[in-house]
Structure formats: C-alpha cells, structure tokens
Design a binder for this molecule. Structure first.
Ligand SMILES: Cc1cc2nc3c(=O)[nH]c(=O)nc-3n(C[C@H](O)[C@H](O)[C@H](O)COP(=O)(O)OP(=O)(O)OC[C@H]3O[C@@H](n4cnc5c(N)ncnc54)[C@H](O)[C@@H]3O)c2cc1C
Ligand SMILES: NC(=O)C1=CN([C@@H]2O[C@H](COP(=O)(O)OP(=O)(O)OC[C@H]3O[C@@H](n4cnc5c(N)ncnc54)[C@H](OP(=O)(O)O)[C@@H]3O)[C@@H](O)[C@H]2O)C=CC1
Ligand SMILES: CC(C)=CCC[C@@H](C)[C@H]1CC[C@@]2(C)C3=C(CC[C@]12C)[C@@]1(C)CC[C@H](O)C(C)(C)[C@@H]1CC3
Length: 501
C-alpha cells in the first residue's frame, strides 16, 4: 500500500489512536496555556486594550476595506475549524475577513440583572464566572465551546427554552458595527427593528461587538426527575403537559432510545435542604456519559430523582458531545478509560476539526447525519415516525422551546407564543439507502410541517424554500437601511450546502 493511503487508512480506522495519544495531550497543553494566557491577560488588561480600543480597531479595519477592497463582501476572520459546526465554511476564502475576536466579559450589572460580554467569549468561560458570582443565564448552552456571538447570529436552545425561548430572547441589547464602520446599539427601546433582525442573520447585518444578556440568581443544584416511558403517544402527551407546568419545572428534556421508548427529564433549580438526598456530581471525569446514565433508567424501568450540581447539569452533554464521541473513541465510556484519561476529555473540537482528513470528511458526509429540526410540539409523534423510517438514528435529543410571534427571521407561525420542539439527530443512519436526497426530503418535510431547521450544518433547501421557512421581509428592509447590499452576503449565501462542505 502507498504510504499516503496507508496513513489515510490508519487515520480513518484508528482515529482513536491519534485522538487519545496526540489530541488529548494537545488539549491538555491548550488548557494549561489558556489558564496561563488568562492570567497574562488580566495583568495586561490594566494597561492594554480595553473594549473601546478593540472596537475602534475593528472600525479602522472595515474603513480600510471600504477603501481598498469595496467589491469583496465581509465576514468574520474566525477560522472554520474553530466553529462548532461539522462543515467547512468555504465562503470565508473569497470574502474579506474582519478580525472580531473579542472574548472578554465586560461587566455584571446586578441592579439591572444583566451581564455585558464580548461576542467570542464561550459559554464554558462565561457560565463558571457567573455561577461564582451567584448568577447564571436563563438559557445555558450545554457545549462549552459555543460562543455567545455565534449563538445570537445562529440560534441556540437548551432544556430551559420551553420557558425562556431561544437564547437571543434572553439578550437585551446588542452593540454592532455596520458596513460603513459606524457603531450602533439596539434594544427593544432603541432601533427596535434592527434589534429584532439580528438573531439568525449569521453576521450579514454587521459585526457584533457586545451583547447584554439577562441574568438570574443561580442555585446550587438541579433536582432532576427521570421518567422512563414506553409509548410514543404517552411521551408526546407527557411532554406537552410538562412544558405547560412552568411553575414546577425549570428544565424539560427528552431522550428517545427507540421509536417508542424514551426518558423524560424534568428539573427544578434548588438550593436543597436537610432532606436533600442523593447528590450526583455527573460532571466528575470518571462518571459515565450522561446519555448512558439516562438510559440506565429506561433499562431498569424505574422513575428516579437526583440532585445534580448546577454547572454539572448545564454541561451534561459536553463530555460525550451528546453521543458523537462514541464514534471517535468507541471505548470512551469504559470505566478504565474514564479513570485513566477522562479528566482530559473531551478532545478539543477545534483540534478534531483541524486534524480531520479529507477522507474522514467525505465519509462523514456520506454516512453520517447531524441536524436539528424545530417543529410544532404536536408533530412529535409524526416526526419521530418519519425520522425512524428514513434514518433510524438513536438516541434522539428532544428539547421543547417556545417561539414568540414577530417579524424577525425565526418566529412562531401563530399569533400567540407557541410551543415547538427541537429534534436533534446525530449519528450513523441505520437504513440501507441513506443519501443526501433523504436529507433534502426531511428538510422539505419540516418546511411542510411549518417548522424550521438549524443552519449550523447547512441546508439543501433552495433559496425560495429557504425564504418560505424564514421570513425575510424585515431582514431585507434592515439590509437596505444598514447599507449591507454590496458589503455583506445574504444569510442563504452562508448556509447553503455549496458553501458549507
Ligand atoms: C465513515 C467513517 C467515518 C469516521 N469518522 C470518524 C471521525 O470523524 N472521527 C473519528 O475519530 N473516527 C472516525 N472514524 C473511525 C471510527 O471511529 C472507527 O473506524 C469505527 O468505529 C470502526 O468501526 P467498524 O470497524 O465497525 O466499521 P468499518 O468496518 O471500518 O466500516 C464499515 C462502513 O461503515 C461506515 N462507518 C463506520 N463507522 C462510521 C462512522 N463513524 N461514521 C460514518 N460511517 C461509518 C462506513 O461506510 C464504513 O465504510 C470513522 C470511520 C469511518 C468508517
Ligand atoms: N444547543 C445549541 O443550540 C447549539 C447550537 N449550535 C449552533 O452553533 C453555532 C454557534 O457556534 P459558534 O462556533 O459559537 O459560532 P460560529 O463560528 O459557527 O458562528 C455562527 C455565525 O455567527 C456569526 N458571528 C459570530 N460572531 C460574530 C460577530 N461578532 N459578528 C458578526 N457575526 C458573528 C458567524 O459569522 P461568519 O460566518 O462571518 O464567521 C457565523 O455566521 C450556531 O449557529 C448555533 O446554531 C451548535 C451546537 C449546539
Ligand atoms: C442544537 C444542538 C444541541 C446541537 C448539538 C450539535 C452537536 C451534536 C454538534 C455540534 C458540533 C458538532 C457538529 C461536531 C461534531 C459532532 C456533532 C457536533 C458536536 C464532530 C465532533 C464529529 C466528528 C467530526 O470529525 C468533527 C470533529 C469535525 C465534528 C466537530 C463538530
């Protein structure tokens, strides 16, 4: 065998060797460096660049582009391998890249209950700082490497979204640099139309430089109740009734392990008391992967209740990247592995992306399915049956989220708030004929059901179907108002499968 193809063969079939012996140590070095860099930064911050100075630098960069390269539309310089997406964003190569890597927390305003952050700060950096100060965000995302800017410009949701809606619904103010290099701020009171258009605009209206997020008091634990259910009809009706009970529930999440079996989880934030029983620190490195732990309640067919430390609950899917790590390190949940190397897991997603070969990428495209569909909650049964027939991937992540009516790109189709569910399908389809036509067909099914699709993996929809799914009226008006036409691409130009490969 030629040495290059031998290398490819080893990289694909024994990727775990590379991940365990090379990427995990690199992840560790990265963690040590990040800690060191942070302490360097905190010393430098007193004399160095403050937020205002960083914003001025971006403005200068944009004005420079407006003079020397006005024909090239702009995007951020965040490299594709850093982003929490599967595909490579090929559009970055032909667009003018502006460096907007600002990743500090600016301030906490306890009086108005908001935190002001720069857009490239990750959830994994922000949430521990907030919890230490006694606060948290209402919608705390579960993967540590997601950035606040990415979640506003894409969309984000979590098990508390049935109460608070999508992540951007908890944001109260954005600071934005427009195509002309001007700094504007927007909120419900100031430039309300711009404020409503920004979420889901994928960086096509301007560059975010600061975001205000609502904060709420943090409590010590989440009291989590697990309820295994073995009928799809019952699962749908129980899920609907739990999402209506906003008094007793702060978190609602469902994991389906087959077409008719799932575990419904409902949680309440609490400080616990004398009677607090079993505290399960699921975030400890030697603990089993969360989806495996949940499955154990299905296997034993027993309802259960646990107290989980707040931060451990938030990042419950981080160690196993939902269930994606099992394809990379098949023995990752084995106790021996967890005790030996679990403390460095998971390997940094950015490093995994940076080092994946073209063969792995191609095989992933051909044999792996990753997507999230947002559908009206009443479509749960119909959708699970459809996905079972065409994909047969389990577990399935189901997360209810409320969508408000409005004029932005993503809003409910009804004139009152409406309950939707995110259905996350991640894994290898267990059907014989899987191909990209099936993926397109599923997107059309979602469109017909008056649902939406998350765009981090890209879309097979054409521009007309895309505009049917996402209301472009206000967005187009704001693009004209902010002089975006020749300066930023349209959302579709950043999310169609031709540019996300
Ligand atoms: C297509 C493919 C993609 C992979 N992607 C990654 C990756 O991104 N990161 C990583 O660390 N390791 C990856 N691996 C390595 C993977 O973890 C091991 O190769 C796999 O667990 C070996 O299983 P097997 O011997 O049962 O399958 P094999 O007999 O090696 O494969 C049989 C066929 O199944 C399909 N297949 C197998 N595993 C996968 C998979 N994980 N995803 C999609 N299709 C698959 C392919 O069509 C393959 O030709 C990939 C492997 C394959 C074959
Ligand atoms: N639980 C959840 O809800 C999850 C959500 N996701 C998805 O992941 C994505 C977030 O991933 P992440 O890696 O953080 O972000 P990305 O790097 O993927 O960025 C997402 C989009 O936001 C734009 N963007 C980011 N920062 C700015 C900024 N300061 N100004 C203007 N535009 C900006 C990017 O523009 P550009 O193209 O110019 O770089 C890009 O189009 C979201 O799309 C989200 O839907 C993924 C996993 C879980
Ligand atoms: C709305 C919600 C909760 C979405 C969850 C999405 C996750 C399952 C996605 C986000 C990033 C993601 C696409 C990723 C991957 C798996 C699925 C992830 C974790 C992996 C790790 C699969 C293996 C790949 O070789 C590679 C390393 C490139 C990607 C990286 C991003």
């Amino acid at each position: 065998m030629h040495s290059d193809s031998l290398m490819e063969y080893i990289l694909v079939n024994y990727r775990w060797v590379f991940v365990v012996f090379f990427l995990l140590p690199c992840t560790l070095i990265g963690k040590v460096w990040a800690t060191f860099e942070k302490s360097l930064w905190s010393r430098r911050r007193h004399t160095g660049l403050d937020h205002q100075k960083k914003v001025e630098n971006i403005q200068l960069e944009i004005r420079h582009r407006n003079v020397y390269a006005p024909n090239r539309v702009m995007c951020t310089a965040r490299p594709s391998w850093r982003s929490m997406t599967l595909a490579e964003m090929t559009y970055k190569k032909c667009m003018f890249n502006i460096n907007v890597h600002l990743d500090e927390m600016i301030s906490i305003d306890s009086h108005n209950r908001t935190v002001r952050v720069e857009p490239s700060i990750t959830v994994g950096q922000l949430i521990p700082i907030l919890i230490q100060s006694g606060w948290t965000v209402p919608v705390a995302l579960e993967l540590e490497d997601l950035t606040i800017g990415g979640l506003v410009m894409g969309i984000g949701l979590e098990s508390s979204s049935f109460k608070f809606g999508l992540f951007h619904k908890t944001c109260t103010r954005y600071e934005l640099i427009t195509a002309d290099g001007d700094l504007i701020t927007c909120s419900e009171a100031e430039n309300p139309d711009v404020f409503e258009s920004i979420p889901f605009s994928y960086g096509t209206l301007g560059f975010l430089t600061a975001i205000d997020i609502t904060i709420i008091p943090a409590k010590k634990y989440v009291r989590l109740q697990y309820r295994p259910i073995s009928s799809l009809e019952k699962i749908q009706s129980c899920l609907i009734s739990e999402t209506l009970d906003t008094e007793n529930n702060d978190f609602v999440e469902l994991l389906m392990y087959s077409k008719d079996e799932g575990v419904l989880m409902t949680g309440k934030m609490t400080d616990g008391d004398q009677s607090t029983k079993y505290i399960n620190e699921i975030g400890r490195f030697y603990k089993p992967w969360f989806f495996k732990h949940v499955e154990s309640f299905l296997l034993s067919q027993k309802n259960a209740e646990e107290y989980i430390p707040l931060k451990d609950y938030y990042f419950r899917h981080n160690n196993s990247l939902f269930w994606e790590v099992q394809d990379i390190i098949p023995f990752g949940n084995h106790p021996v592995f967890r005790y030996l190397l679990g403390w460095i897991m998971p390997a940094k997603v950015a490093l995994l992306k940076l080092t994946q070969t073209d063969t792995i990428k191609r095989l992933y495209n051909e044999h792996h399915f990753i997507d999230d569909f947002i559908l009206p909650i009443s479509c749960l049964k119909k959708s699970v049956e459809k996905f079972h027939k065409h994909l047969n991937i389990y577990p399935i992540w189901v997360c209810p989220t409320v969508l408000n009516p409005g004029h932005g790109l993503v809003h409910s189709h009804a004139s009152v708030d409406n309950m939707y569910i995110d259905i996350g399908l991640y894994g290898e389809p267990n059907v014989s004929n899987y191909n990209s036509d099936i993926a397109k067909d599923l997107e059309l099914f979602v469109l017909k059901s008056k649902g939406f699709k998350m765009m981090y993996v890209g879309t097979y929809l054409n521009i007309y179907e895309f505009k049917k799914m996402f209301n472009h009226c206000l967005y187009q008006r704001i693009r004209m108002q902010l002089n975006c036409e020749y300066n930023f691409p349209e959302v579709y130009d950043k999310v169609n499968k031709k540019v996300r490969r």
